[in-house]
Design a protein around this ligand. Sequence first.
Ligand SMILES: Cc1cc2nc3c(=O)[nH]c(=O)nc-3n(C[C@H](O)[C@H](O)[C@H](O)COP(=O)(O)OP(=O)(O)OC[C@H]3O[C@@H](n4cnc5c(N)ncnc54)[C@H](O)[C@@H]3O)c2cc1C
Length: 366
Amino acid sequence: MNIYKYLWFFGTKPKDSTARLLPSGKSVHVAKNTTLLSAALEDGHDWPHNCKFGSCGECKCKLIKGKIKPMVDFSEALTKEELDDDYILACQSRLTMDCEFEVELGDLIRVPARTCNAKVKSTTMLTSDIMSVTIGTDSDIPEGKDRPGLPGMWAELSVPGLDRPRSYSFASAPQNENKNEFTFFIRKVPGGKFTEWLFSEDRDPEECVTINGPFGSFYLREKETPIVCIAGGSGLAPIKAILEGGVNDQIKRDVIFLFGARTQQDLYSLKEIEEIKNNWNKESSFKFIPVLNMEPEDSDWKGARGMVTDYFEDEVVKKENLNIEGWQAYLCGPPPMVDAAGECLTRNGILEDEIFYDKFTDASNS
Ligand SMILES: Cc1cc2nc3c(=O)[nH]c(=O)nc-3n(C[C@H](O)[C@H](O)[C@H](O)COP(=O)(O)OP(=O)(O)OC[C@H]3O[C@@H](n4cnc5c(N)ncnc54)[C@H](O)[C@@H]3O)c2cc1C
């Protein structure tokens, strides 16, 4: 490792610099208070990444020329060989001078991100622990078709004093949002810094919430094959947005949409889902199946029961003798649900490349 490239112990300060990316030859302006990854994503480059706080290692790249200031110890996420080979974590690096990096950019659609100051405008409890949160900003956000972003993407929310921003998926297609508003479905995480603040009764409604986005690669890929969507808990947000987008564009694709929840009280947005179903392209089918795994046996629930992925495999694929080879899948929710769904779908013939997902990781499971 060339330790002279890592200048934190010499006290060299980050400064506004330019990062040249090889082999693409693209350039990114990196402001002194911004990480290399944030600057690249804000510029609309498809830089591979996931956690954004230095633990997954997916944003690693090779420093070819110049010097950076690391914000954490890279050895947590990079191997000794990678460190010796001058690999760095883009999400935890600021630049102290113009630099060159080797990074294989992808071809995903990236939308240039924008940061706005906003406030929590209104909240509505959807279940005992999930709240619909509308964030309003004075910034002028284009409306309708001009609204930037794709259904399924997410934004970073931050409040003063929070250690790092938290990611939240937009719960509506961009076209369906009201002027200068953003809607999210947010689950309260016990002991969670941001959600404990958000759900607290004495929260200052005037507190400034910084919103930065849109980000992410969870959006509908153009194809004509049928789609299976599986959502769990607040993971309904981006799935609902994607399906709203499908209605807006009147796509002609059959959909099976399974929504996993604990009990009837944990189902929400059913009216909106009914509306999506009613407005789905009439040349295609739309089947919605809510599946409950903790509903009391003696309740009045006549619908599907069990784990949502088991239900899909046993009661839909096997019982209906459904061939799902060639289908696309869109999954969102808690990491164990997304992992289980991914395994179930590949086992039943959907190619890994056709399974798209966002896992709602947090500090306890990322
Ligand atoms: C792409 C993406 C999109 C997302 N979209 C949504 C969404 O639409 N809706 C939604 O509800 N959530 C979403 N999430 C999750 C969200 O970003 C937050 O992680 C979640 O709301 C918790 O934030 P918090 O600040 O309340 O909790 P945190 O402060 O992050 O803590 C979470 C939990 O971890 C524990 N913890 C804290 N530090 C540690 C540690 N060092 N080791 C072990 N445990 C620890 C805490 O006690 C708590 O129980 C998304 C996540 C991602 C990655």
